[in-house]
Design a protein around this ligand. Sequence first.
Ligand code: PEP
Ligand code: MG
Length: 571
Amino acid sequence: MLKAMGASPGIAIGKVMIKKEEKIEILEELIEDVEEEIKKLDDAVEHSKVILNELYEHTLKNIGEDEAEIFKAHELILYDPELFGKTRELIKEKKICAPYALKTVTQEFLNIFEMMDDEYLRERASDLRDVTTRVIKKLLHMEEVDLSNLDEKVIIVAHDLTTSHTAQIDKSMVKGFATEIGGTTSHSAIMARTLEIPAIVGCSNLLENVKNGDIIVFDGHEGHVYINPDKSILREFERKEIVYRELKEKLSKLKGKESVSKDGVKVELGANIGTPDDLDGVIKNDGEGVGLFRSEFLYMDRDTLPSEEEQFNAYKKVAEGLKDKPIVIRTLDVGGDKEIPYLDLPKEINPFLGYRAIRVCLDKKDIFKTQLRALLRASHYGNIKIMFPMISSIEELRSSKEVVYDSMNELKRENIPYDEEIQLGMMIEIPSAAIISDLLAKEVDFFSIGTNDLIQYTTAVDRMNNQISYLYTPYHPALLRLIKTVIDNGHKENIWVAMCGEVAGNPKLIPILLGMGLDEFSMSPISILKARHIIRNISKKEMEIHVENILKLSSAKDVEEYIDSNININF
Ligand code: PEP
Ligand code: MG
C-alpha cells in the first residue's frame, strides 16, 4: 500500500495510463539516408494532420466551433510549402536529422515574426511553435497522451497534472487520477472535485511502482493506494464503492430542501466552478448559486486571450443557466499554479508571492477592462456579482473599483445595458486584508474568505508542497481567529460574508463556521448535499458555544480533537 493525500472523494478502480512529462531534447545528429529522413518528416506531418483533424472534430462536437477553429488553423500550417520545403532542403544540404532541421527552420520563422510589432502575427508565432513541436514529438516518438481523446476507461497516473491538462480531461473516460506531487488545494485537485472524479495527490514514488496497464485502486477520501491488489483488497474496495454510492443516494434526498439549522438559521450553500460546463454539477447537486466562478479557466488551454464577446457569452450562459440564483464571478486570478503561457508572465522565484491576480489586472488594464465589460454586459441577464482576488490593501480595492466604474461609463455611452446595482466584493485571502477587514468592509458589498491562500500566507506553508503538507492545516488557531475577525467585521458594516476556500466544504469545520456566523458557504458541487445534511442536524446557538471554546485553544491538534469529541454528525 502507498500513502497519499485524498484530493477528491470516491473509489477508483481501473487500469493505469501514465502521463509522462518529457523534456524535448533535440540534438544535431548527422544522417546518411537523406530520402529516408525526408520520408520520416513527411510521415510525421501526415500523422499530425490526422490528429489535428480528430481534435477538431472532438472539440466541435464537445465544446464548440470557436474553440475547434484553432485546430483547423494548426492543420493549415502543416500544408505550408515554405516551412517544410526549407526543412527538406536543410536535411539534404547539411545531412542533419529531421527534428533538428525543423527546429532550425521554425526558429528562423519565429525570429521574423518576433521582429514584427503586430499582435496577430505574434499569435501566429505561438501557433507555429505548437504545430512544429507536435511534429517534432512524433519524430522523436514522444507523443503525449491526449486526455480529451481516450479510447478506453483509465486512471491517469502522472508526476504532476497541470491545470490545463486537467481541463482537457474527458470525464466519461477517466475514472480517477493520481499524482506524485501537489496538495489538496492545488487547482488540479480542485478541478477533480468539480468534475467528480476520484483523485489522490502527493503519492511519492508512485511512478516507480506502476506501469501502463497495471490495475490500481484508491480511496480518494483517505488516500490509500494499492497497485495490482489481491482479490481481498479488490473486494474491499468494491464494497467501499457500494457504501459510497449508497451515501450519495441517501444525500440526494436532500435536494430541494432548505439549508437551515435546527434552530432556524438559514445559510446559502453555493458551488465553486471553473467553466460554464460545470453548471451541470451545480444543478445536479442542488447548489443554491455559484459562490465562486474561477474565471481564469476561460483563459487556459488556448493560445490567445478570450475576446470580450467570448467571455460575455460564457458569463451570460452561466447567469441564464442559474436563472435568478446568485453567481459570484471572480476576475482573472492568474499566477501561482495557474499558468497562462501566452501572457508570457516572467518566471519568478516565489510565484505565489509574485505578480499574480489583481496585481496583473491592475498593471494590464486592457485585459482587465475587457473582462469587466463582458461581466457587466452579462449582468443584464442574471444575478451576477463581481469579486476581486488577492486584494492586499485598500488602494488595490479602490483602483479595481475605479476600473469597474470606467467600464460602466463606457457601456453607458454605448447604450449597452448592465445591472446598475451590481454588487462588488472581494476575496479575503491575504492576512493583511483580513487584519484591515474593518476598513475594507466599508467599501464593498461582500467578502468571500479564500482559505486556500489564507492558510498558506498566514502559516507560510506553500499549498503545493507535500513535504510540508502536515503544516498546512485549517485547524490552526491563527486561521480560525482571522476567520472570526473577518466575519465580525463584515457584519459590523452590514455586509454578507461568504467563504469559497476548501474549508467551506470541510465537514468538521462547517459547524464551527455556522457558529461564527458565516452567511454563505461555497464549495465543490460534490460537497453541497453533505454540507446541507450537516447544517440541518446542528443548532447555531450550540455551535456558538463551541466557537467560544475553540478560540481559546492553542494548537491545531487541540482544535481538531475538540471537534472530534464534541461535535458528532451521523450520516
Ligand atoms: C482561495 O484561495 O481560497 C481561493 C478560493 O482561490 P484559489 O483556490 O483559486 O486560489
Ligand atoms: Mg486564492
